[in-house]
Design a protein around this ligand. Structure first.
Ligand code: CTP
Length: 399
């Protein structure tokens, strides 16, 4: 897939720079043509010679010196025009800030500003730096400019603590890179994805919610977009995903209404949202005060509509996919949902497992469809689950 693709790898000054060596090796193994560009800080961590050896070509380290005798004197424009895909890995807060603000004061920022190629950015840094509103603001700006950001993973950081900021695993990085060159096998398809947990108001300041992060649905939406689909994402989680039509909702009722509007013309529905089964019967107009005489407070709940069941009942051509979040009897319960909700596929996962389900980057799912044996997939990143699902779907429709 990557054969003869011109990939420029921008290495900036973070400790994760040593992991970029493996990425370059993998790209070369897949016969991509790799040009590495390093900032000055990056060279404090790894020498250009190491990258040059692995990438089989000189590394560009400054704007003013030709790297070889055949080079001209404007390397930033040359590399900008040569590039099919620009990857920034690891991306420091500094390069993210420069990219978001159009600053160009070294070879990396100048070339990135000059290139019209798609850009894929892998932030990796200390958790507090990553969470800093300035960095988050810059990332939002980049997303609005159609720059794709791959969120860092959570885990052990170089400074000795655990937090968000690690470069994702190599497989996840490669999946993201390969996705940029996916054949547009979903071109012309309209895909709707729902994601995140619904929020059912109790009063103006409180709601009933759940631990869903929306990550599985986001991954489904992003991979579908990369495969050329027209994607609408209906979500309770604030999101800005380049190239995806995002509709923000809060409650199950709102989600169902928005879905019913777009469902008739859709080809595929992925119902990844964690819909609250119940909502308060009454929503208080004012903040509920506690009462000194009563230690127990009761909220009366009523059933929410089953969105999947209601919408799937009206399906004509649509391929409908539901999820089943289970903590016990996974297959039995998922099978029941498949039949009751009239879904074509149920992706079942055991949310009691630490590395699957809610609020983590990985998932372990079993795919169920009518008249077929269930198929269990190994534990993998949510982006890989999405990739595998869409491969399954494409094979199924092509048959
Ligand atoms: N779902 C829905 N509307 C609801 C509840 C669930 O559309 N009111 C959808 C979910 O988005 C998911 C599927 O139905 O695709 C299964 O959701 P899950 O929470 O696993 O099951 P429930 O139907 O809520 O059943 P239970 O709580 O008994 O497991």
């Amino acid at each position: 897939m990557l054969k003869d693709k011109h990939i420029t790898v921008y290495v900036t000054g973070g400790i994760a720079a040593y992991k970029t060596l493996n990425i370059v090796r993998k790209l070369i193994k897949q016969q991509a043509l790799v040009q590495v560009v390093m900032t000055e800080s990056a060279q404090k961590f790894i020498t250009p010679l190491t990258f040059a050896t692995l990438s089989q070509r000189p590394v560009i380290t400054d704007n003013f010196t030709p790297q070889t005798e055949n080079d001209d004197f404007i390397p930033h424009i040359k590399v900008a025009l040569w590039t099919d895909l620009a990857i920034v890995v690891p991306a420091t807060a500094n390069i993210i800030g420069k990219m978001a603000n159009g600053l160009a004061d070294d070879i990396a920022s100048t070339s990135l500003l000059a290139t019209k190629a798609p850009k894929l950015v892998f932030p990796a840094m200390n958790t507090d730096m990553y969470d800093n509103p300035a960095v988050q603001h810059n990332l939002t700006v980049l997303k609005q400019m159609n720059v794709q950001i791959v969120e860092p993973a959570t885990g052990f950081l170089a400074e000795g603590m655990t937090g968000k900021g690690r470069l994702p695993e190599l497989d996840t990085i490669m999946t993201n890179i390969e996705a940029q060159f996916n054949e547009k096998k979903l071109a012309g398809k309209k895909v709707i994805v729902t994601a995140g947990g619904t929020k059912e108001a109790i009063d103006p300041v409180r709601f009933i919610g759940n631990r869903s992060s929306g990550k599985m649905g986001f991954a489904m939406a992003e991979v579908a977009r990369d495969l050329g689909a027209e994607v609408t994402l209906i979500t309770t989680v604030t999101a800005s995903l380049p190239g995806i039509n995002v509709i923000q909702v809060q409650t199950a009722e709102e989600m169902m209404k928005q879905l019913q509007d777009v469902f008739p013309t859709a080809d595929v529905l992925i119902m990844a949202a964690a819909v609250a089964d119940f909502k308060p019967v009454n929503v208080a107009d004012q903040k509920i005060k506690k009462n000194d005489d009563e230690d127990i407070f009761t909220i009366k709940l009523t059933k929410n509509p089953d969105i999947l069941q209601n919408v799937a009942a009206t399906k004509t051509k649509q391929f409908v996919v539901g999820f089943a979040a289970e903590t016990q009897n996974l297959l039995e319960n998922a099978e029941k949902k498949l039949n009751k909700k009239n879904a074509d596929v149920i992706l079942a996962n055991n949310v009691a497992q630490a590395d699957a389900g809610f609020n983590v980057d990985t998932n372990k799912v079993t795919l169920l469809q009518k008249n077929h044996e269930p198929v269990s997939w190994p534990l993998m990143s949510k982006i890989d689950v999405a990739q595998k699902f869409w491969e399954f779907y494409i094979n199924k429709v092509e048959k």
